[in-house]
Write a protein that binds this ligand. Structure first.
Ligand SMILES: Nc1ncnc2c1ncn2[C@@H]1O[C@H](COP(=O)(O)OP(=O)(O)OP(=O)(O)O)[C@@H](O)[C@H]1O
Ligand SMILES: CC(C)(CO)[C@@H](O)C(=O)NCCC(=O)O
Length: 382
């Protein structure tokens, strides 16, 4: 049976698949054809249908799960394509292998009835933030390569570089999960965390506004446009208001005083390019998240702030901006940290919850357990 964890988010669905690599010839002989077909399909491709992608560069070989050795695969597709996913699952005869599947994220609740009706699969649901914390802990400790990194000298573009960070003693830390919206958590230990804040101005806002303002169609296109743009053609800076620094309160001339503030002027609207608008949208959303994160960190007395979520995918601009903002506004006392597996921690935690569920250590949010009469993971559960 395939071991999968699924995180059905507001924009993207993330799927983690554990591929056992220690299958003996006898086991292989006994294995159901459907299972072999699914394994081959998932591991033999990097693209699924029109929009599914396997992030091969994030693959984690040499993992141990339930005494089995194998590889973790990381797959994503837009949640808006759930219908195509359900059709694919039907076509590959998924339901013949399982009676239930583990899922987290808002979609685990939203799509529960649909999975039951169309695939005859019960969704074992887990809380997305529990899964997030568990996933971060697991991947950081089990990744063969360094997972956690930061940008040194973020205030100096010439010296700024990516360096690995030793996250073995991480507590306490703040997690800022930038998905469609943003959740901010204070984490004091593996089992002790609280959601302290959030904002609806997140990755979904960036992409939504960018589509409206520039006519772009995808996240990748939006980021590429932003890379070529200049937000100072769109934003009003301190220098546009003061003619220089506002020295008394340490606001430098280059600081954005008013995001999109230049767009009240018809000539400036006329001369701002699509790329400038994309860049200004990215900078506005990123700075706002950075500012909220910093205030939360100050309130909680926490110095390490870990930014995750798919908003940071292929988005060096935002990561360096966050690194800069945390360093600059905290006068060097706070550090922005990043993790290589960006948006996959929820799905990873979900897979780990499946393992715990199978041992009877936990139950899902409905209080259901997966234990069969023998006390082991039932072969009809994914
Ligand atoms: N290929 C992509 N398609 C759409 N958005 C993308 C893509 N790659 C990165 N993103 C960005 O990632 C964000 C979604 O991130 P993520 O998958 O972490 O959140 P989610 O789980 O969908 O949302 P939420 O947790 O709020 O339900 C999008 O809003 C967008 O800014
Ligand atoms: C609703 C969730 C938790 C779904 O992942 C996320 O999109 C979020 O944290 N949004 C921000 C909600 C708020 O304003 O706190």
């Amino acid at each position: 049976m395939p071991w999968c964890g699924m995180d059905i988010g507001g924009t993207l669905t993330k799927l983690i698949y554990f591929e056992p690599t220690d299958v003996s010839p006898e086991e292989a002989q006994q294995e159901k054809e459907t299972l072999k077909t699914i394994r081959k399909y998932l591991t033999g491709n990097v693209a699924y249908g029109k929009t599914g992608i396997r992030d091969k560069h994030l693959e984690m070989p040499g993992q141990w799960m339930e005494g089995r050795r194998g590889t973790l695969h990381f797959i994503r597709f837009p949640t808006s394509d759930m219908n195509a996913f359900v059709e694919m699952a039907k076509a590959k005869n998924f339901p013949s292998l399982a009676t239930s599947v583990c899922a987290t994220g808002g979609g685990a609740f939203k799509f529960e009835e649909e999975f039951q009706r169309r695939l005859n699969l019960r969704l074992c649901k887990f809380d997305e933030l529990d899964c997030l914390i568990r996933g971060i802990h697991y991947i950081d400790r089990n990744s063969m390569t360094s997972e956690c990194y930061y940008y040194s000298e973020p205030t100096n573009p010439l010296l700024c570089k990516k360096l690995s960070f030793d996250f073995r003693e991480p507590y306490p830390y703040l997690v800022v999960n930038i998905g469609s919206g943003v959740s901010i958590l204070a984490v004091h230990s593996q089992r002790n965390y609280k959601r302290i804040s959030g904002t609806s101005l997140g990755g979904g806002t960036f992409l939504g506004l960018c589509c409206l303002l520039t006519g772009c169609q995808t996240f990748e296109e939006a980021i590429e446009l932003a890379a070529d743009g200049d937000n100072t053609n769109v934003d009003k800076l301190v220098r546009d208001i003061y003619g220089g620094d506002y020295g008394r309160f340490q606001l430098s001339a280059q600081t954005v005083a008013s995001s999109f503030g230049n767009m009240i002027c018809p000539e400036k609207r006329e001369s701002a390019s699509r790329a400038d608008l994309a860049r200004a949208t990215l900078v506005t959303i990123t700075n706002n998240i950075g500012s909220i994160a910093r205030m939360c960190a100050v309130n909680e007395g926490i110095e390490r702030v870990v930014f995750v979520g798919n908003f940071l995918r292929v988005n060096l601009i935002s990561m360096q901006l966050l690194a800069y903002a945390m360093d600059y506004w905290s006068h060097g006392t706070m550090k922005a940290l990043f993790l290589e597996h960006e948006g996959y921690f929820g799905a990873t935690g979900c897979l780990l919850h499946l393992m715990s569920l199978s041992k009877g250590e936990i139950s899902d949010t409905d209080g259901d357990s997966l234990l069969s009469d023998t006390g082991s993971l039932s072969s009809t559960d994914l």
